[in-house]
Design a protein around this ligand. Structure first.
Ligand code: SAH
Ligand code: MG
Length: 198
């Protein structure tokens, strides 16, 4: 991946280590059809996937309500006070725009702002890749999988998969196990990123 774009991704706020980001980019290159991400936050992973989308001649849709997950609210582990807007609410959207501007990816990355399951109810476009990195507790993570899985034609990537509960929450791991049971075949793993295909 282009070193300047890697630098933009690495400088962005967010939760995607560089090696896992590159593995995500590689997964994106396998996609035949548009890519879709659940969990934009400030656009860090969207740089890796957006570059892959552009190289594949397609686009990345990236979904977030931009008000943060539970663990990002004030007093929680992943809170960042600089993301709180004047009304006292988290708003990661301005940071997303800044990241896409720095990467020059505005044409390849399309923000969809709202609740992921609600958006899925109205979605009809088949996807070459789905990346699940939204809410991480078991119920909403599984709801994202169930709502979006029918649209996947190819690659499924899941972030924050921790087999051992002492390493992290079990939501994404339960989704991973469910995907395997549904016939997705594990292809690559890097850190907590799992890439599957069908
Ligand atoms: N991929 C990002 C990190 C995502 S953090 C990175 O590379 O840094 C998870 C994001 O999911 C948060 O920004 C949160 O607002 C969003 N989210 C959680 N539940 C959601 C839902 N139901 N609909 C849309 N977005 C959601
Ligand atoms: Mg993550």
């Amino acid at each position: 991946m282009d070193p300047e774009l890697r630098a933009v991704a690495e400088a962005a706020k967010g939760f995607m280590p560089p090696d896992e980001g590159l593995a995500l980019y590689e997964a994106g290159l396998l996609a035949d059809g548009p890519l879709l991400e659940i969990g934009t936050y400030c656009g860090k992973s969207a740089v890796y996937l957006g570059v892959a989308a552009r190289e594949r001649g397609t686009v990345l849709f990236t979904i977030d309500h931009h008000h943060g997950s539970e663990e990002m609210q004030a007093g929680w582990e992943h809170h960042d006070p600089s993301t709180v807007d004047p009304a006292g609410r988290i708003d990661s959207f301005p940071f997303f725009r800044e990241t896409m501007g720095a990467a020059g990816l505005q044409d390849a990355v399309i923000a969809v702002v709202g609740d992921s399951v609600k958006i899925a109810e109205h979605w009809t476009t088949p996807l070459g890749l789905l990346f699940i990195d939204g809410a991480h507790s078991p119920e909403p993570a599984m709801a994202d999988y169930e709502a979006w899985e029918p649209h996947v034609n190819g690659v499924l990537a899941i972030h924050d998969v921790f087999e051992d509960p002492t390493d992290g929450g079990q939501g994404p791991f339960l989704v991973y196990e469910r995907a395997v049971a549904d016939g997705f075949v594990p292809k690559t793993a890097c850190g907590s990123l799992r890439v599957l295909v069908r």
